[in-house]
Design a protein around this ligand. Structure first.
Ligand code: SF4
Length: 369
């Protein structure tokens, strides 16, 4: 399990190692075709800031070789904001007095139909809060079965599940799972997740092993930028990714670097990452793992998403609503966060084409299952 592997790495030592990186370390990393974690640390360090253009060119070349001129599009569907957790940065947290909505299967069907009217999406990301008695594995299985006729590729971003539940949902049409560790700083983890199942660090961090063992086809990872030192957090995530690739080599992987948005909870991020730093991280990740799917959501603004399209990013969300029932109706439900890119899916696809890329709505087919 990764929790055992993680014990080998001290948080403060890792931070100090990143800070000690020099231009020589950066140049060594840039001269290599295959990077180890120490090279990755050099590329995300402050010492690499003057090398951004070189990193961008290399990231662009590798991305073109591996993915061609394509951007895969997906759309999230929030099915429930019921949650027993108390994440201090989230508008859905249990203490927040907002109306809780869990879509019925008829409402899920209406959402699927409304999404299909927005564009020819085939990649659907089903998102839910964590309230096992309401939106647990039984409910998710029914949601997957309801959404299956509408979409070829179903991914969930929900509470960490048991291995047998991942296996069962895979048999019900699940293709992928996205889970954000939020932070790998175990000592500080409870500051952000004081109560509820999510407060159990090992249960969350070992969820990726359970996905791998259950044969989930694609696993998405990420840390929430805005909590802890982002350089140390993404280094731990890079170690986690290498561990998963070693142990579950048949699985595909994606990463996402969400920068914290204002939410109903009113939490102020303690760490702010600039656009330049997010670009540096994106390039470093592409150089570190040539095959990883790098995803940008509508948290990022249209101009920045367009600039990064040819430089390492390979998938994007479009037309996102972040409240349950947001596509078909239910306007009174609360958004989990505000989106920056408010364009329609057609407008996003048009810009992708204008920049010389192909918008890919479908990159997976049911027959592969
Ligand atoms: S981040 Fe997820 S688990 Fe935490 S309060 Fe929000 S919905 Fe619940």
């Amino acid at each position: 399990m990764f929790s055992d592997e993680l014990k080998k790495f001290d948080w403060d030592t890792t931070t100090a190692e990143i800070d000690a990186m020099t231009p020589r370390h950066v140049e060594t990393a840039l001269s290599k075709e295959h990077l180890d974690v120490a090279d990755f640390m050099a590329l995300i360090s402050p010492a690499a800031a003057p090398y951004l253009e070189q990193m961008a060119q290399k990231s662009r070349r590798i991305t073109l070789e591996r993915f061609g001129r394509t951007i895969s599009l997906y759309i999230p569907m929030y099915v429930s904001n019921a949650c027993t957790n108390h994440c201090v940065y989230c508008g859905f947290n249990h203490s927040n007095p907002l109306e809780r909505v869990t879509l019925t299967l008829d409402q899920v069907r209406a959402e699927c139909e409304a999404i299909r009217r927005l564009g020819p999406f085939e990649n659907l990301l089903i998102v839910s809060g964590e309230f096992p008695a309401i939106n647990g594995a039984d409910y998710l299985e029914k949601v997957l079965q309801t959404a299956r006729p509408y979409f070829n590729n179903l991914t969930i971003e929900v509470m960490p599940l048991k291995e047998r539940d991942y296996a069962r949902l895979t048999r019900s049409g699940l293709n992928g799972v996205v889970c954000f560790q939020e932070t790998y700083n175990e000592k500080r983890y409870k500051v952000y997740h004081p109560r509820g199942m999510k407060s159990v660090f090992d249960w969350r961090v070992n969820g990726f092993d359970r996905m791998g063992r259950a044969g989930v086809h694609k696993i998405g990872m990420g840390v929430l930028i805005g909590l802890e030192d982002w350089r140390t957090d993404v280094t731990m995530m890079a170690r986690h990714l290498r561990y998963l690739r070693r142990n579950y080599w048949q699985t595909r992987y994606s990463v996402n670097f969400p920068r914290m948005c204002p939410a109903e909870g009113g939490y102020t991020p303690s760490v702010v990452m600039s656009d330049r730093e997010l670009a540096q991280l994106t390039f470093a990740f592409r150089l570190f793992d040539h095959d990883i799917d790098i995803s940008y959501s509508t948290r990022e603004n249209p101009k920045f998403r367009a600039n990064m399209m040819s430089l390492g990013v390979t998938s994007m969300s479009a037309g996102s609503r972040t409240e349950p029932g947001g596509y078909a109706s239910t306007p009174e439900a609360l958004e989990q966060f505000e989106v920056s890119d408010q364009r329609t899916p057609a407008e996003v696809a048009e810009e992708i084409r204008r920049l010389g890329y192909e918008a890919v709505w479908k990159d997976w087919d049911k027959v592969f299952d």
